[in-house]
Design a protein around this ligand. Sequence first.
Ligand code: ADP
Ligand code: MG
Length: 351
Amino acid sequence: RVARDPPKIYRLDESVVNRIAAGEVIQRPVSAVKELVENSLDAGSSSINVTVKDGGLKLIQVSDNGHGIRYKDLPILCERHTTSKLSTFEDLQSIKSMGFRGEALASMTYVGHVTVTTITEGQLHGYRVSYKDGVMEHEPRACAAVKGTQIMVENLFYNMTARRKTLQNAADDYSKIIDLLSRFAIHHINVSFSCRKHGAGRADVHSVATDARLNAIRSVYGVSVAHNLLEVEASDDDLSSSVFQMSGLISNCNFVAKKTTMVLFINDRLVDWTALKRALEIVYSATLPKASKPFIYMSIIVPAEHVDVNVHPTKREVSLLNQEIIIEKIQSVVESKLRSSNEARTYDEQM
Ligand code: ADP
Ligand code: MG
C-alpha cells in the first residue's frame, strides 16, 4: 500500500463540543427530569411539582419552593461548568449536594429550549428569562412569581433527529418519569412530590410530606406493597472505622410481583447497583418457595471518602469501597429476615 499523508486534525467548534456533551448528560427526557428535580432538592425545596407533555419531548416543567436563583447569577446560569455547589476538586470528596458539575442546565439549553422563572426571599417580584445554547436570549424580565424556581424545557432534542426518532414512544418515557418520581418520593419523605401530564387534573404520583416512610410507600406504590414489607437494618463497623449503615423496607413472603423493584439510595443519591440487586434476587428465590420478585427500598450510608460520585455522566452509578463486604452483610441480614418471617407464616398456617 502507498503511504498516505495523515488527515489533518481540527479543533471542534465549541458549539459542536457542547452539543455532543449535552447528548451524554441528557440521554432522554427522564434524565432532564432527574437533573431538574435534583436541583430542586439541592435548593432545599419541600414541594416539587412536575408537569410533562408528550413524554417530556414537548414539555417538561419542574416547579419548586426552594431558595431561588439570584438575579445577578442569571446571565451565567446556563453556561457550561457554572455551579454554586463546588469550587475545588477536593470538595468532591465531601459533596452533599446531588449536583456538582454545573452541566445539567447548560446541556438542556443545547438540546432544547429552557425558560427559568425564579424569585428569591424578600423580593417583590421574580424574573423570567429564556436560554438557548448556554446564553440568555434576552434580559431577564420582571414577573409575578411565588417562592422558588420553575424551569421549563421545551422541544427536547429538536436539533437531534436520530435521538428524537428513537424516543417517539412518548408513553415509555412518561412511565420512566413516574417511576423516577416515585423513587424520590419514598426516600425524601419530608418533601411533597407530584407528577402529572400537562392538562391532566389528576396527578399520577402524589406524595405528601410525612414522618413515616411506610405512609409514603403506601401513597406512591399502593396498599398491597405497603402491607407486605419488613424492616431491615444492617451495619458494619467491626473494623476501626465504619464501613456502612443500611436501613430499608423489603417485601415479605406474601408479596407477589413479576418484576423486581429496587429503590436504592447511597448517601442520599439515587443510584443503580446491579451487583446488589442480583445478590438480593438470589436470596429471595433461594429463601421463598413462591419465589416472587421482591420490592426493595434501601438507604445505604457510607463515609463520604469511600464513594466516588464522579464515575458516570448521568451520576447513575457510584463507585464504592468495600463492595463485597457490604453485599455479603446485606444478603445475610435479608436472608435471616425472610426466613423468620416465612417460618412465622408457616407456623400460622399450621395452627
Ligand atoms: P449543578 O447542579 O451541578 O450545580 P446545574 O446546571 O444543574 O449544575 O445547575 C447550575 C446552578 O443553577 C446550580 O448550582 C444552582 O445554583 C442553580 N440552580 C439550578 N436549579 C435550581 C433551582 N431549582 N433552584 C435554585 N437554584 C438552582
Ligand atoms: Mg444540577
